[in-house]
Design a protein around this ligand. Structure first.
Ligand code: HEM
Ligand SMILES: *[C@@H]1O[C@H](CO)[C@@H](O)[C@H](O)[C@H]1NC(C)=O
Ligand SMILES: *[C@@H]1O[C@H](CO)[C@@H](O)[C@H](O)[C@H]1NC(C)=O
Ligand SMILES: *[C@@H]1O[C@H](CO)[C@@H](O)[C@H](O)[C@H]1NC(C)=O
Length: 529
């Protein structure tokens, strides 16, 4: 009897019994394995049969263009991706991949993943077939940073969060834009403070402070200044770093866990402590002064608490909304100023338009409504620099992509359950068939006669704030926040211009940084004049 058999048999001494027991065990093990393998095989086969019958029914064809790679496990692509991200042209560097075809695939481990910038496919993913898709691995990528919340939930949990947070925006939107008055005044005084002797200043960090301050104040019910200075300042760099690692983890998708450095864990803790500070203040106020008073002052937090009754879940939702509320509007403002100071005609025209707004007192919705050219500028910025520039979904059941299959790329495509598909809003928004022969020019006029938006179709060719059931909840907030700041900065600094010696490259050649959104890598250096 071999050592192995001895071990399995547990060292029984009756050879005959042992032998028959062993063979019994073996037969059992072998039959079990066969049963399992067969079961898995049948499940997979049934799924395949089901999927090919759907494919046949809808005339689906496979996607032929693919991303080539040389190294096993496509490690060369991963390396290339990291190189592009670290380069000066963080997102623009991916353009060659999106130029392969409107819809393209990558084969890995016998699975197929997809990329698309085709408006018909984007519409199917976000709107028409919304229920067939989920966020998949985003939850795992986000968890150490943000915990559980609207940004990474699907299904009923997401619906519940969305309803809860939507209610808050109904209330907050009644307070804006007037609620931005103080913050914009603060922004102007910070610009003044930071300018050097020759009147030069980098607007980018001040813009990020502005959006952080407004979001904290309006949603958390407590101005950022109520937190101690060193703690407040530490959180800014920690938030940036954690968001950066989160962005890398998102790109690693299912293998996000491989990238979890100690510095990241530390940064996440600091960011969470920061949200804890605000949530705890609201809860204490609730204990001291009762629910009615607390709801008045901390509407968002108290409402979340009433619904969830769990301090950590409340804190996490605050982080999710902050994550959404800081970087995207900061990116919008930074790129808007970036191009205004580089395009004198656009700047002059915008300045003429805003002379209708009184320079004193609150700016109202009515004032902003009467500034159509400003709105064109904001649409133009969001066209060229959408947040996020790239987004990812996973099919949660077999589903049909309307286009991309067959030799001409015009046939529908069947996505298997679990397949991932990335869509590039950045490249979608630079499509010549939609935006004309000059998609790489910052030209707000293209929006003016209202024809372009009809041609692009919100939700298909233009998805500035996402589309469909997951449309951004902060859209109105962000547009008011950005409009208010642009108006007052241009009024306060009518000679605002590009700082001397700063390059003015064509769109696409400018240096970009890519974390959650894109921002100008070398900041927004302006001269106050
Ligand atoms: C220019 C500024 C903004 C842009 C371009 C923008 C864009 C987007 C996009 C593309 C999504 C969908 C993301 C996804 O795939 O799940 C989204 C979702 C969301 N945004 Fe915004 N956003 C902006 C500002 C804001 C602000 C200021 C807030 C809050 C203060 C906010 C709150 C949210 C929330 C809560 C969601 C989640 C909606 C859901 O999953 O149902 N956003 N936003
Ligand atoms: C650009 O848009 C057109 C019109 O919708 C579409 O047919 C084409 O595939 C798009 N191009 C890319 C590269 O996505
Ligand atoms: C943001 O808030 C901090 C703390 O209250 C304040 O010191 C800073 O000036 C504010 N910055 C801007 C740009 O509003
Ligand atoms: C700007 O984009 C929005 C979609 O967010 C659209 O509804 C609006 O009509 C556009 N404005 C112009 C002037 O095209």
């Amino acid at each position: 009897m071999s050592v192995a058999q001895n071990l399995t048999a547990g060292g029984l001494d009756d050879d005959l019994t042992t032998a028959s027991q062993i063979s019994g065990l073996r037969i059992l093990a072998v039959s079990l394995s066969i049963a399992l393998v067969t079961y898995a095989y049948y499940i997979r086969r049934n799924r395949k049969i089901l999927e090919s019958s759907i494919a046949e029914q809808h005339n689906c064809k496979p996607v032929l263009p693919y991303v080539p790679y040389k190294w096993p496990l496509a490690l060369d692509l991963l390396k290339r991706q990291m190189e592009i991200l670290a380069s000066d042209h963080a997102f623009e560097g991916f353009t060659p991949y999106f130029n392969i075809a409107p819809t393209c695939c990558i084969h890995l481990f016998g699975a197929t993943g997809y990329f698309t910038s085709d408006p018909e496919n984007v519409e199917a993913i976000l709107c028409t077939n919304f229920d067939d898709y989920g966020l998949g691995s985003r939850k795992m990528a986000a968890f150490p940073f943000l915990g559980e919340g609207i940004f990474s939930q699907d299904g009923p949990a997401w619906k519940r969060s969305r309803e809860l947070i939507r209610r808050q925006f109904v209330r907050v939107n009644q307070q804006t834009p007037q609620a931005f008055t103080q913050h914009v005044a603060e922004l102007l005084s910070r610009i003044n403070e930071e300018a050097d002797a020759s009147g030069q200043v980098d607007l980018r960090p001040l813009i990020f402070e502005y959006t952080l301050n407004t979001t904290t104040d309006l949603l958390y019910g407590e101005p950022h200044s109520n937190m101690e200075k060193t703690q407040r300042e530490a959180v800014r760099s920690n938030f940036d770093y954690a968001a950066f690692v989160f962005a890398i983890r998102t790109r690693l998708a299912d293998i996000a866990w491989i990238y979890n450095p100690p510095k990241f864990r530390k940064a996440c803790k600091s960011v969470r402590d920061w949200a804890t500070f605000f949530a705890a203040r609201a809860m204490k106020y609730n204990d001291d002064f009762g629910e009615e008073a607390a709801t008045e002052k901390y509407g968002f937090i108290i409402d979340l608490w009433k619904e969830m009754q769990d301090f950590e879940l409340v804190r996490d939702q605050l982080l999710h909304v902050l994550m959404a509320g800081r970087d995207a509007p900061a990116s919008l403002l930074a790129w808007t100023f970036f191009h205004l100071v580089r395009n004198r005609d656009i700047m002059e025209r915008l300045k003429r338009e805003i002379t209708t707004v009184p320079t004193e007192g609150d700016i109202t919705r009515d004032h902003i409504r009467k500034l159509p050219y400003l709105r064109c500028c904001l649409n133009e910025t969001l066209r060229l620099y959408p947040t996020p520039p790239l987004n990812l979904r996973f099919a949660n059941k077999p589903t049909i992509l309307p286009r991309g299959g067959g030799p001409d790329g015009q046939s529908p495509v069947l996505l298997s359950k679990g397949a991932g598909i990335a869509f590039s809003t950045y490249h979608l928004h630079r499509n010549e068939s939609i935006y004309g022969p000059d998609p790489g020019v910052y030209r707000p006029e293209r929006w003016e006669d209202g024809e372009l938006i009809k041609k692009a179709k919100p939700g298909a060719g233009y998805i500035d704030f996402n589309a469909g059931p997951r449309l951004c909840l902060g859209k109105d907030f962000a547009l008011m926040e950005a409009s208010y700041a642009v108006i007052r900065v241009l009024q306060a600094y009518p000679n605002l211009g590009l700082a001397p010696g700063v390059p003015n490259e064509p769109v696409g050649a400018e240096k970009q940084t890519y974390t959650v959104g894109l921002s100008p890598k070398e900041g927004v250096l302006v001269s106050l004049g």
